[in-house]
Design a binder for this molecule. Structure first.
Ligand code: ZN
Length: 241
């Protein structure tokens, strides 16, 4: 029995592959968002979900104001995410909400906005083995992980991944085809923390893998800011004495 945890997590998924692709439906009959929400709930987080086709993509101001950490999975429809919602999520991150961006979320508007880069990378779908190396074992996101773990099959993502140099790089992937990739990247943006985690191609059962779940659980805990300080402008008229 997990101990109760006050961290409020919203799992956002565009939720379109699950409607269009039978192979994905088989793996994630209730959607990727519910598969992720289930293990987070079991870990004791207060968890809910939101999807693209809901009004305001399920990310109303009220939802975001009561979200400590937002998880983002998207792929087919990054362009359908309204800019006003991207602005809203960005403001919440700057004010202290954590953001965990998964897999193809590297091309999401919100990730590109927060990184200031294209998020471009190399990729290949060839049912390859991925070996994920934990290169910062003392980092909170590495808690409980072995030196490395493997996923097979997974999609290959390779460098160069167009991101700013991570403030901390926790995980590096190697693929059977020879490529390497920065798989677990940490950033601070304003008062909010951002964690990018690579695995999770929709046609593979990656989010049922216990060590993948462990990384996401650790990522949520790390991205949570207990006492966020929203940015503000302060006009200071007098010298301090
Ligand atoms: Zn993919």
């Amino acid at each position: 029995m997990a101990t109760p945890n006050p961290i409020r997590v919203t799992v956002w998924n565009e939720g379109l592959h699950e409607l269009k692709n039978e192979a994905v439906q088989k793996i994630y009959p209730d959607g990727i968002h519910n598969a992720i929400a289930a293990f987070l709930q079991a870990a004791g987080f207060a968890t809910r979900t939101a999807t693209l086709r809901q009004p305001e993509h399920g990310l109303t101001q009220e939802v975001l104001d009561t979200t400590d950490v937002l998880i983002w999975w998207g792929h087919l429809a990054h362009g359908e995410v309204e800019d006003a919602i991207v602005d809203r999520v960005q403001q919440r991150v700057l004010a202290g909400m954590g953001l965990v961006v998964l897999h193809s979320g590297h091309h999401s508007k919100i990730f590109k906005r927060l990184m200031g880069t294209s998020g471009d990378l190399r990729w290949r779908e060839a049912d390859e083995k991925e070996r994920i190396w934990v290169i910062e074992p003392a980092h909170p996101i590495a808690e409980g992980l072995p030196e490395y773990f493997e996923l097979q099959p997974e999609e290959m993502y390779g460098e160069r991944f167009d991101i700013p140099a991570p403030e901390t790089l926790v995980l590096v992937s190697w693929f059977e085809g020879g490529e390497v990739f920065r798989s677990g990247c940490c950033y601070q943006r304003g008062s909010g923390k951002v964690f990018y985690f690579r695995p999770g191609h929709e046609t593979y059962p990656t989010y049922y893998q216990p060590l993948v779940q462990q990384v996401i659980i650790n990522g949520v805990k790390w991205a949570y800011t207990r006492t966020p300080v929203a940015p503000r402008v302060v006009a200071v008229k007098e010298f301090m004495k």
